[in-house]
Design a protein around this ligand. Structure first.
Ligand SMILES: [Zn+2]
Length: 157
């Protein structure tokens, strides 16, 4: 297990997977240059394993240094992120499938008033559930949607 030296090196950020985390001047903590999250470096009791803990949110996310990158350190974190992705996909797909099937099989006559409504409802169902999913993911992982949005804006202008 090679040692991650907080003084000399930077390492990939485990939250945004895009920035690099490096020590902040005059401080014990490290910060990411892309998403601006702040982290604290911790050591296991035998000093052989290093952990990174998120310091600027209430989230309990923790990562262990593998020599090259940070990996989920809590069993709960691994478990949750796996189930969160399965649950998330189902949350979006199932209601959308139901409303789409309904719109398809019970299609109204094309020229009645509100004939557009079933299709609209299917699309709205998808968007609504997708937004709910995004907000859960963002709260759980503190994923920097804003930072990505800003960089998109910067590179296109
Ligand atoms: Zn980051």
């Amino acid at each position: 297990m090679s040692y991650f030296s907080s003084r000399s090196s930077s390492s990939p950020c485990p939250v945004c997977l895009r920035g690099a985390i490096a020590p902040m001047p005059m401080m014990e903590s490290l910060a990411c240059n892309f998403c601006s999250h702040i982290f604290l470096l911790e050591q296991s009791e035998d000093r052989r394993q290093q952990f990174l803990r998120m310091a600027d949110t209430i989230s309990t996310l923790r990562w262990a240094w593998t020599g090259k990158r940070w990996e989920n350190a809590n069993a709960v974190q691994v478990y949750t992120s796996r189930w969160l992705s399965i649950f998330g996909i189902l949350l979006v797909i199932i209601p959308t499938a139901i409303t789409s099937c309904a719109a398809y099989y019970f299609a109204p006559e094309p020229n009645v008033p509100l004939a557009w409504f079933p299709k609209f409802w299917a699309i709205a169902t998808f968007c609504g559930h997708f937004l709910v999913l995004m907000s859960i993911v963002r709260d759980y992982t503190a994923f920097p949607i804003r930072a990505y949005w800003r960089s998109l804006f910067r590179s296109s202008s």
